[in-house]
Each structure stands twice: as C-alpha cells, then as structure tokens.
Design a protein around this ligand. Structure first.
Ligand code: FES
Ligand SMILES: [Fe+2]
Length: 476
C-alpha cells in the first residue's frame, strides 16, 4: 500500500468513505421489482411476468442452427428452440419431461431431433419422444414420454411463439402480430433487440408517459436533428381512446400550449429557479440543415396500417408512424425484472434503389433511434419503484388509459386484487385535467377534432408525435 493510500485509510472510511453505503449495499442493478398489492393501485393487476395468452416474438430465425438448440425465457417460462426435420423452427418446454434436465443444454445429433443431455431422451418438433438413447431401441419410453410443445411461426425472419396454456388451440397469430409481417416481399421488417433490467410494464409505460423529450433526451442525436422531436412541453396530457379493446391510441394532444404566434419556444424560462431550460440552445445549431434533410421522407408515400395497429397494443407493443415507415417497440417479459425489448422497423420500399437505400440507412436509423435515443429512457426509468404510491398529473392521462386497457381487456387477466373503480392516483390525474378545463371519459377521451385547453387540435398533436403529418416525429 502506497503512502498516500495508507494515509487515506488513516483519515477514515477507506475505501469509499460515507459514499460506499450511501444507498445501502453497493449495487450495480436497479432496485428489485415489487408488485403493488393495493386495491387503490391499478398496477396491482398487472402480472409481473406478463400476459401469457399471446403470441410473442422470440428470436431471429437465423440464430437457430441445425445442431445446437437455443434456450429462451419468455414470461418467466423456459422454452427451447431448434429446427425440425423440415427446417422449421419449433419450440418445446426446456424442462425434459423425464427428470427435468434442460433440453437447451442438449444437442441435435440427428437432424430435426433434440436430445436431452442427461439420459438421451430424443424428441421431434411436436415433442414426441422418438428414441431414449440410454435405454436402447427397445425403450418403452418411446411414444409415451412427451415434452410440452409451444406453437411457433416464422415471419419476416422472426420466430413468434404462442405462450398460452392451450397449445392445441392458439389464438390466430394475426390477432397479435402486426399486419405487415404477413405481407410479401414488398414489406421489409428489420429488427434489433435490447435488454432492460426493469419490469416489462415499466418499459411499456415509458413510451407515451409524459413529455420527457427536452429532459431525458436532451443530449440525444435526435434532439440535435429535430426541433421538438415529437414532444413539445405542455402541462396537458394526451387524450386517448381504446380501440376494439386491444389498442390505446392518442387522438389529440396539447402540444401547442406554449406556442407564441404559432411557434413553440425551444428554450423556456422557469421563474422559480430563475433559469432557462435547456440552458443553451447550442444543440440546435444544425437544425437548419437536419430538418431539411429529414423532410425528404415526405417524398415517399405514407406507410399505411389499420387503425387498431397504431398505438399501444396488447400484450405490450408500441406502434407509431414515422411517415414512410412504421416503428414498433415490443416489450417482451423475460422475468419480473428483465425485459427483452424488440424494435421493429417496417418499410415498403417503392423500388430497388429505395430498397437498397433503406438497407444502407438502417444502421444509422437503428443507432440514432433505438440505441442513442431510447437507451436514455432506460437510464432514466430503471430505478423506478413500482410499488410506491404515485401522484399523477394531467400529462399521465395516457398512462391511466393504458393501464385501464391492460387491466380490463387483456386475455388471461386474473383479478387478484379488487381494485377501486378510480384510484387515488387516477383521481389526481383527472383533477389536474379539470384544472385545465379538460374532461376525460374512461373509455374514450376528447373527440378527434375537439380542441382541448384552448390551443390544441388533432393536427397539433399529429405534428408533434408523428401520426402522419409533415413535421418530424419520433418515438419517446
Ligand atoms: S432428464 Fe432428460 S432424459 Fe432424463
Ligand atoms: Fe423517452
């Protein structure tokens, strides 16, 4: 130990001093997820491991080779994926029905069959035990032993798995997977994945929660390229409606609340701290150039999708138009505190050159939108304590609507707690709305063309969040 270190130790508290346990035991992980169990909290009804009675994206098909099975956890359930004799990706329970070893640690010694690493039970794609190697060809386990199979379907290179109880009668996959996945070569869907160490619902609720663009994302590349990037400041939350009991969709917002002569200021003064935010307008130095470049996308036709596929949809996806493409963020529960976040970028190239250009642009788009921008959301929200009581504002109106949809209409919902018709947090949100002269019905908020708060219109909202206007837009 050097002299200085020795001296520091002598000074007391080495290593770390008071900082070492300032937040309790040292940890690199966010706080543990705790499910609320409170009749006055709608989040008590959100299943920590997600809604199982749905199709979920699992893995890119190319990740599954002939010889090695792949284990994967979805909704807290372990499955194993491998290729059957025809090359189709199939899924079985990862737990061997013989004694419970992990099939994913086994091998596909014979093309199309997976063998357990322990006693060699060998299964086909339907989960039938076709050989039991350690018992020899006369084994009586053959035909009797069966591994649980999960229905699968590969679309646009992505394997989807039905996680529901009834494997014989899954809900039609078209109910749960966006329509462009079923289109032909005219549609291209690219994807990427992130892992967020937080509950799937925390990840989902982040999308339209409040207007964190000028705050959480202030140092993102996207902010430097966009005037508002989708979220001007406003004290009034989005009006939303529930479509077909599957989707929550924004119908209007109050993006122009602070507009002066039709222009929303980039910097605003906060008198009670006697300061501006953002502190400097420097990050918008390049707007004159970047906004012009981003406008190019309006030369393309709009990427159309059915209304019920535009918004937040069960069991956990956020869908948003980016004019000439469609953005999907699908929060797949892995465990109660781990979410596999799939990003899908759907486009319909108009010709071969366009197809090529989109391919070239993908890495940049992917980095700017999915990593640089969205990882900031994760950094900000990962410490969220889900069990703490909330004090909601008008800008949490979308959140309230989203939770109502999920705790009322999700398949397989279990009402483990009798939650109040309107919780205290929801009353606070409604109260804040009323403070601005806004009323929100439980199933459908202000009508599409209704003006809210005196300075809001559908067009204003759309110009903000990109449901198809000529302003630039972004997901949160
Ligand atoms: S545990 Fe799988 S064969 Fe015995
Ligand atoms: Fe965000």
């Amino acid at each position: 130990m050097g002299l200085i270190k020795g001296f520091q130790k002598f000074r007391g508290g080495w290593p770390g001093g008071w900082r070492r346990y300032a937040m309790g035991s040292p940890r690199r992980e966010p706080p543990s997820f705790v499910q609320p169990r409170n009749p006055d909290d709608r989040r008590s009804l959100i299943p920590p491991f997600g809604f199982r009675e749905y199709w979920y994206p699992a893995l890119p098909a190319r990740a599954i080779k002939w010889r090695k099975p792949v284990g994967l956890r979805i909704c807290g359930i372990d499955i194993v994926l491998f290729r059957d004799h025809g090359g189709t990706v199939r899924a079985l329970s990862n737990i061997c029905p013989h004694r419970g070893a992990w099939l994913s640690w086994g091998d596909c010694f014979w093309k199309g069959f997976i063998s357990c690493p322990y006693h060699g039970a060998t299964f086909d794609g339907d989960g039938n035990c076709v050989e039991f190697i350690t018992e020899g060809p006369d084994s009586k386990m053959v035909g009797r032993l069966k591994a649980r199979a999960f229905p699968t379907r590969t679309l646009k290179g992505m394997v989807f798995v039905w996680m529901g109880e009834d494997a014989e009668h899954p809900v039609a996959i078209e109910e749960d997977v966006p329509p462009e996945f079923f289109e032909g070569r005219e549609s291209v869907v690219r994807h990427t994945v992130r892992y967020w160490r937080c509950n799937w619902m925390i990840s989902l609720e982040n999308f339209f929660d409040s207007h964190n663009f000028f705050w959480v994302h202030r140092n993102s590349i996207w902010v430097g390229m966009n005037r508002y990037g989708g979220r001007p400041r406003t004290p009034i939350g989005y009006r939303a409606r529930i479509i077909n009991n599957k989707t929550v969709q924004v119908v209007s917002g109050a993006n122009e609340y602070y507009a002066v002569n039709g222009t929303i200021p980039l910097q605003m003064y906060y008198p009670r701290v006697r300061g501006w935010w953002p502190k400097t307008p420097l990050r918008w130095t390049w707007l004159w150039l970047t906004e012009r470049i981003l406008r190019i996308k309006f030369l393309w036709p709009k990427f159309e999708t059915p209304t019920e596929w535009d918004g937040t949809r069960l069991p956990g996806m956020q869908r948003l138009s980016t004019w000439n493409g469609f953005y999907t963020r699908w929060s797949v529960p892995v465990e109660d505190q781990l979410t596999r976040v799939f990003y899908f970028r759907s486009v319909r190239p108009v010709n071969r050159l366009d197809r090529f250009a989109r391919w070239v642009a993908w890495p940049f788009y992917n980095f700017v939108v999915h990593y640089n921008f969205s990882d900031q959301d994760y950094d900000a929200m990962q410490t969220l304590s889900y069990e703490s009581p909330e004090f909601l504002s008008s800008t949490d109106s979308y959140l309230v609507m989203l939770r109502k949809l999920f705790t009322t209409h999700a398949r397989g919902l279990k009402r483990t707690v009798e939650v109040a018709e309107q919780t205290t947090a929801e009353k606070l949100q409604a109260e804040a709305d009323r403070g601005f002269g806004v009323e929100q019905r439980s199933d459908q908020a202000a009508g599409a063309n209704e003006r809210v708060g005196g300075s809001v219109s559908l067009e204003a909202h759309r110009s903000g969040i990109g449901n198809g206007s000529r302003r630039t837009s972004t997901p949160k």
